[in-house]
Design a protein around this ligand. Structure first.
Ligand SMILES: NC(=O)c1ccc[n+]([C@@H]2O[C@H](COP(=O)([O-])OP(=O)(O)OC[C@H]3O[C@@H](n4cnc5c(N)ncnc54)[C@H](OP(=O)(O)O)[C@@H]3O)[C@@H](O)[C@H]2O)c1
Length: 350
């Protein structure tokens, strides 16, 4: 059990980092604001003014180790994670702190699993990347739908957004993350077909039936880490991708007292095992904002011992997925889980 409640938030001055700092404060933990720019940390909102700060870049391992020394966990919100995750996770493990991040990038989750698993086990800490909207949420939903089983013949994850106001970090990460995306076919991580398959998906209201494209994020890697899935297909509706690809689309702007934008999301997970089909859906508001309760719920469970073992782990492997989703329904305003809303499969990809 940790003796401190200090949580080091790297990228604390970023859009997602601020939501994470607010959520840590709301949950009674002590955030340490960290980032590469003192100027940006100084521009933190007034409500964060009294918090401890650490200006540190990721390119000096010794400085990084000193910066994280004495915290119980590190939450990395600074993407592209291809540039930040390995040095930060290594520093966290070396000082005996847990590590979580919010990456949607597949290659860095693979690297973290490969490089940090043994050191994290030796240090008695957990490394849990992708504890976020993209990645961890689908992993937790699938783990919940499987109800203690570890195998499915086929899984479809369909993310639907009514629009997408991307942050600078999203745009930079998209440009940096050029690796061929991976899917699961016949139980094996396999490159996504080029061009990516398209289809339609019947989302619940208000989205309804939408054009989708197969676009896997970090959930493919986390799911492959702990579950046996024959075929995994992840879709995103194409309308928000048009927003993302339009240079003129502005970043998100706050329209409620929590700082959330008006964006609404749906995540459908459809699972087939033999003749049986199960479905589970999450709905909520603002993909950046909801990432904060997801990753902070993980941090709290790592701190209070409600996690399974140590080493580099997937969200649904590290935590009791059913319990995490129930906590999110309680704590994240507007976040809801529906079971078996979808009972029949929709058209196969063209
Ligand atoms: N998986 C998900 O669902 C999910 C959800 C939310 C966010 N994300 C990801 O999280 C990342 C941040 O998103 P955001 O919306 O918070 O973007 P943002 O507002 O632009 O913030 C990005 C933050 O990362 C820092 N940063 C970037 N590269 C860095 C580097 N090499 N070294 C140190 N700091 C670095 C930036 O520092 P400076 O201010 O000094 O540039 C800034 O603090 C993105 O990669 C985004 O895709 C993923």
């Amino acid at each position: 059990m940790n003796t401190t409640d200090r949580v080091f938030v790297y990228g604390a001055a970023g859009h997602t980092g601020r939501f994470v700092v607010d959520e840590l404060l709301r949950r009674g933990l002590t955030p340490v604001l960290a980032g590469r720019s003192a100027e940006r940390l100084d521009a933190a909102p007034q409500r964060h003014a009294a918090l401890d700060r650490r200006e540190v870049a990721v390119d000096d391992p010794e400085l990084l180790r000193r910066a994280v020394d004495g915290v119980a966990a590190v939450i990395n919100c600074a993407g592209p994670f291809l540039d930040t995750a390995i040095p930060l996770a290594r520093a966290a493990v070396e000082v005996g702190a847990h590590y979580l991040d919010v990456t949607a990038e597949q290659p860095i989750v693979q690297s973290l699993y490969r490089v940090l698993d043994t050191p994290a086990r030796s240090a008695g800490v957990a490394v849990v990347p992708a504890m976020a909207f993209y990645g961890g949420l689908a992993d937790l939903l699938l783990t919940t739908a499987l109800d203690g089983e570890h195998h499915a013949d086929a899984v479809e994850v369909a993310i639907g957004l009514d629009r997408w106001w991307p942050t600078t970090g999203t745009r930079i990460t998209g440009a940096r993350n050029t690796a061929t995306r991976l899917v699961i076919r016949d139980g094996v991580l396999t490159p996504l077909a080029d061009p990516a398959p398209t289809s339609t998906w019947s989302y619940s209201a208000p989205l309804g039936t939408q054009a989708v494209v197969e676009l896997p994020f970090s959930e493919t890697i986390t799911i492959d880490r702990h579950l046996r899935v024959g075929d995994l297909r992840s879709y995103l509706n194409t309308a928000p991708l048009d927003d993302l690809h339009d240079e003129a689309t502005p970043p998100p702007s706050a329209t409620d007292e929590h700082g959330r934008s008006d964006q609404r999301f749906v995540v459908d997970v459809l699972v087939r095992r033999g003749a049986q089909t199960r479905a589970i859906t999450a709905v909520g508001r603002d993909i950046y904002a909801v990432t904060a309760p997801i990753v902070v719920e993980g941090a709290i469970r790592l701190l209070d011992g409600r996690h399974h073992g140590t080493g580099a782990q997937a969200p649904g492997e590290a935590f009791d997925a059913v319990d995490v989703l129930a906590a999110l329904e309680r704590d994240a305003d507007g976040f809801q889980i529906h079971r078996d809303r979808h009972t029949t499969r929709l058209p196969q990809p063209a």
